[in-house]
Design a protein. Sequence first.
Length: 519
Amino acid sequence: RNFSSKKNEPFFITTPIFYVNAEPHIGHVYTAVLADSSARFHQLIGCNPVVFSTGTDEHGLKIQQASLQANKDPSQFCDQVSVLFKNALDKCEIGYTDYIRTTEIRHKENVHSFWKILLDKGYIYKGKYEGWYCTADETFVSEDQTTLVKLPDGKEQRVSTESSRPVEWFSEENYLFKLSKLRGELLKWLISGPVVRPVRHYNLVKSWLEHDLIDLSISRPRARLSWGIPVPEDPSQTIYVWLDALLNYMTVAKHSHSEMNVWPPSIHVIGKDILKFHSIYWPAFLLAAGFDPPKCLLVHGHWMVNEQKMSKTTGNVVSPQTCIDIATATGLRYFLLHEGVPASDGNFSMTRLVRIANSDLADGLGNLVNRCCGKSLNPLQTRLAVSPSSFEVCGSPGLELLDLLRRTPDIVYEEYLQWNFYKGIDQIMALVRGANGFFNTMEPWKLKKEGQMDTFNATMAVTMETARVVGTLLQPIVPSYSERLLDKLGVPRENRGWDFARLQSSTADASLGVQETLR
Ligand code: ME8
């Protein structure tokens, strides 16, 4: 089902904001690449405006402890790590329109005004909270969600059953949010459409909502948690980091070029680890305050290394820079989208990354484009006029390619829309293989030598046209690579929208652009 925006409609997509307690890894980059490709796709199909936010989550006990451990002042610590995320995302060609940090003034103002709305509407009360808290996950867990484990030194430690991370007992005065009141409304939102994708995560949320919800503690005494936004008019309490963090999406909307006209968010892309916060707490806060909840959550699985989730706590992280050094940012993006199936976990392998980037891009597509733009076959450096009859001139290999070229763009469109980037890519690569096969069968170098100029010209025109369509279709996946490809083919910038991602008959030849080898 189509849950995306259309031409001239706003499209607002987000990634989670990442904790600054450690450096970025491939898992973070994956989420960002998924969101980026979708943002670029929606831009290509004419959504307007496209707002795409990412950034860093900088408050809370976990960051407070991490900065203490690093022997740094928390704000200095956050500055240092936030910029590492920004740089990593920039290197991966993530075209965000807003990079938000929760330590910014604009965000604090938004959190305060939101808190006041909840208070005015009677959703916040003072009470006593007692229970287990997992700092590594910044989450409350009930006793039956914990397990006692034996440590190597023989002592017992209670951990969260889900994440295996330690929990501590808290008993303190704080502010609570009447989450229990919102179960009915949450359920109504959930079943209103495909708001949580893929379906198995939808079912999980539904099963959570079959039970009563308990009120949520949304502040901590300042003495326990000093690194955070104080509760308005009660500085003895600090706002719970997840309420603070989730509101980043609203801060962005308020600061997008026309205040709140992009609300509600079209899609929050998240990993499955933070589903509860986004599917229960977040829409509950919004519904309580009188705002529309998000239209859709796209939940993806985890990148694993040897069957274990890649995470800073496990220490098995793969750094984006290492991948870029070995396979370029284009190779990394291509690999993540090609191998990443949102509905399941993926196994990360550097060998595979290199192999796939080389075989599909350099050997497959790069080779095709380099051959038909090379001076030996194309001394005049032109992209010849093309029409369906050019394909006919090439006989049955031409007609087969024409058929593939006509079918591919619509399939890719559907797959991109449904988040199946890997399937979209497969279709595009089938077209590339088709074009390479066609080129080899036609043997244009022989046609030229034998003076069969009509067939030779048609072969060149058809190959370049197919490469042009491929380059246009690949823009959301590998933006700078596609740009170089289209530049090389001399495709004007204004002719790169989705409408051009299909056979375009032309009557005049065009000049190729500057020639550099495409790898
Ligand atoms: O949870 N595979 O931040 P975080 C795939 N600050 N994706 C992964 C991954 C893996 N192995 N590891 C992490 C937080 N991710 C909060 C979010 S939002 C209001 C606040 C990705 O730094 C995935 O998107 O722990 C996951 O949800 C996110 O990073 C968690 O990042």
